[in-house]
Design a protein around this ligand. Structure first.
Ligand code: DGJ
Length: 732
């Protein structure tokens, strides 16, 4: 079928025999990015807006624009080169083998290949007339989801290597006149704090220089809205992300026409890359979803794309779990862990997850100051090894998973003693630690083998191991690689080769273990992007599990990620009642990180019932469409709902997020969304704490039309701070 479609597909090649104008529409269902050559065959962006009904008319678009060559440079170049007559912020800057730093890119050819009914890839080759250097711009589009993935490939045939000083993934141009940008800023336990700015002249940059997990301080995701601040159900918006798990840079520049240039890619900071002849330098991708009806529709497009095309097993199942981290920290032994399997069973979750602290013998991992890197079971804590725990868990009827942090090392470890040259550190400067640890040098293939070996050994020795939590807590300080030095590779390759090394390891892991679920964790800051999520089934958004904070954080993550990839655990953070904590954690992939034995009988009864409910509605959360209804940033309460594809069932979550006494109750109904106006629905409150009664009458029947125009009042108040409603189609 696919082959047929490919052969049916449009394959166009335009060699530049005659310098005639070339117009290239890159279209999704709702939007088109239009590129066109000028009279000198330089490629420009001439339009980014709603898709035209008649594609023939794209050739007429540029007639209406009269930009004169500006002394400030080429603003709307599709990929702005540096060193010739452009003097605006470049997308690419190189030094040729002979030391010359000039580059001018002109259109050479392009192809558009239809991969299937939904997916098209456009490749455009640009080249320099003086030097044999080419840049291929790639645009992959998913029509129905309105998602575009964009990257560049740089190669040359010069006899000496070319130094790449800047190498953006994408260079976009928007001619609307007002631009609003939301970016997300963090620190540990405060991830994804949104900041909205109206862009004005000049460049606003968001970047990371952390080396490893990209998101501790600023996130690579953004919301760009046109002509008005971002709104949930109206206006043109782009939800974007640089899919790269290392240093990134996003530059938003309002030029002298009041148009917006967006240049996004790997952060060029300390990252000059020496490119040998005939080797292709592929940039990471900028991925974005577009909507002309606000952030809600854009998120649903992005979520559906992520589940179908990107995240590992995005359309599959996930395992609910009990994690022992906050229950025991490092203080456990075999008996204590085995006893927790019963709790997992009683709660009704699928898996028990053993966290940090199970390894290291010469330097036992009894706190975070020692043992990281020595991945042998600690014989005192686990005399019978992991295998024993796996089979004990199985006897209880739960699966077993394990925590690792294989990219890192404590200086107090055998790994550090034996392989100090595997550690990223400046040999002649004092070491600087983050959580008492350092980063291993993944640019080194031996280190890649080691990290792969950690995972491989665990699976080889314990074939029934069902889950991995892959942590990553330190950024790169004192960036220096002994391996690069030994091999005469410039040190400025380290940041890029680290991430590529990580991806190589993950490729190998997935080639051998394609399906086992893995959680991507990075306690300090979160680590989640659409490149690394090709290898992971889910990620840990933050150590902050205080449920009110989580309502905000999960709301903000939900712009970019579907609920199936965000892991939410019930913990003892904060003062909210257990029901509130469980309800909030149920809005993604549910887990527990509590001492279940400390729960009262009533609390345990509630948890069992809530886990049972979760199992009954998880399909809707994982694979349904998300509708954000009441924004916690703007209101005293918050509401959102997930709707099954056939609109027969939905789950609505409602919370009080302001405990001031003035906020007494939800006074008005909340309008629902995403239902079928013609269908009739029952509304039933679920996850009631034992002994409490619902204020919602489950016998009543409402039309979808009514629920979406008038709504329902979940009766949130200081006494009912968390309410889950199940909306089910009423059978006549
Ligand atoms: C940070 C993670 O976020 C926690 O959940 C836990 O796994 C610790 N690391 C273990 O060191």
């Amino acid at each position: 079928m696919k082959k047929e479609l490919i052969t049916l597909g449009l394959l166009i090649l335009f060699p530049v025999l005659f310098a005639q104008q070339v117009t290239i529409p890159i279209a999704t269902e709702n939007s088109t990015l239009l590129l066109e050559t000028d009279r000198d065959m330089r490629l420009r962006t001439v339009y980014f807006g709603k898709t035209l009904r008649d594609p023939i008319e794209y050739a007429l678009v540029s007639e209406g624009y009269q930009y004169f060559d500006s002394n400030a440079g080429i603003y709307n170049a599709a990929y702005t080169p540096a060193g010739t007559w452009n003097i605006s912020e470049p997308a690419i800057q190189v030094v040729h083998g002979d030391g010359n730093a000039s580059l001018d890119l002109k259109y050479l050819s392009h192809t558009q290949e239809v991969l299937d009914e939904n997916t098209t890839i456009t490749r455009i080759v640009l080249g320099d007339e003086l030097y044999p250097l080419r840049v291929s711009l790639h645009y992959k589009t998913w029509k129905h989801e309105n998602v575009i993935e964009q990257w560049a490939e740089i190669e040359h045939e010069e006899s000496l290597p070319v130094l790449l000083k800047k190498f953006a993934s994408s260079n976009l141009y928007f001619t609307n006149k007002e631009f609003y940008l939301i970016t997300f800023h963090n620190s540990w336990a405060k991830e994804m704090q949104p900041a909205e700015t109206k862009l004005s002249r000049g460049i606003r940059s968001v970047d990371s220089k952390l080396g490893t997990r990209a998101m501790l301080l600023q996130a690579p995701h953004f919301i760009l809205s046109f002509d008005q601040p971002a709104a949930e159900n109206q206006g043109s918006v782009i939800l974007g992300q640089l899919a790269w798990s290392g240093n990134f840079k996003l530059d938003f520049e309002v030029d002298s026409y009041d148009n917006l240039r967006l240049i996004a890619g790997i952060n060029p900071y300390a990252s000059e890359y020496l490119l040998p002849k005939n080797e292709i330098f592929r940039t990471p991708s900028l991925i974005y979803a577009i909507s002309h009806h606000g952030t809600g529709e854009a998120s649903r497009g992005l979520h559906s794309w992520a589940r179908k095309y990107r995240v590992l097993d995005g359309q599959g199942e996930r395992l609910t779990l009990l994690n022992n981290w906050e229950a025991t920290y490092f203080g456990f032994d075999e008996q204590k862990i085995a006893a927790l399997f019963k709790d997992a069973k009683e709660l009704g979750v699928d898996l028990f997850l053993l966290d940090d602290g199970w390894f290291g013998n010469k330097y036992p991992r009894n706190n975070d100051r020692a043992g990281l890197g020595d991945w042998q079971e600690n014989v005192k804590k686990l005399p019978n090894g992991i295998g024993y725990l796996v089979s004990e868990a199985e006897k209880e009827g739960v699966k077993f998973g394990i925590w690792i942090e294989p990219e890192m090392v404590n200086p107090k470890s055998e790994l550090y003693e034996n392989h100090i040259d595997w550690v990223v550190r400046q040999p002649d400067r004092p070491e600087k630690y983050f959580r008492n640890q350092l980063v291993l040098d993944l640019s080194n293939p031996e280190v890649q083998d080691f990290v792969f070996g950690v995972v491989d050994e665990l699976f080889t020795e314990n074939p029934k191991l069902a889950f991995i939590k892959w942590d990553c807590n330190a950024p790169i300080f004192n960036a220096y690689s002994a391996y690069l030095d030994r091999n005469d590779i410039p040190q400025s390759h380290l940041y890029i080769d680290y991430v590529r090394g990580l991806y190589k390891v993950l490729e190998r892991v997935r080639a051998k273990y394609p399906t086992v679920p893995m959680m991507l964790c990075s306690g300090g800051g979160g680590r989640g992007d659409y490149e690394i999520l090709k290898y992971f089934t889910e990620f840990w958004p933050s150590d902050d599990t205080e449920p009110i904070e989580r309502i905000f954080m999960q709301w903000d993550y939900s712009y970019f990620f579907p609920a199936i990839v965000t892991d939410n655990h019930v913990t003892n953070w904060g003062k909210q009642p257990l029901k509130f904590r469980v309800d909030v954690a149920s809005m993604g992939k549910l887990g527990f990180d509590i001492v279940a034995g400390d729960l009262t009988a009533e609390e345990m009864e509630f948890c069992k019932q809530a886990v049972g409910n979760y199992h009954s509605f998880k399909e809707v959360i994982w694979h349904g469409d998300l509708y954000r209804l009441v924004n916690p940033h703007e209101n005293d309460f918050s509401a959102l709902m997930f709707v099954e594809a056939n609109k027969s069932r939905a789950i609505m979550f409602n919370y009080l997020v302001n405990n001031r006494y003035m906020m007494t109750a939800t006074e008005e109904p909340i309008r629902l969304d995403g239902l079928d106006a013609r269908k009739k629905y029952h509304i039933k409150e679920i996850n009631l704490f034992p002994g409490t009664r619902s204020r919602i009458n489950a016998d009543k029947v409402y039309s979808g039309d009514f629920l979406m125009k008038v709504g329902v009042n979940p009766a949130i108040s200081l006494r009912r701070t968390s309410v889950i409603l199940e909306i089910t189609e009423a059978m006549e």
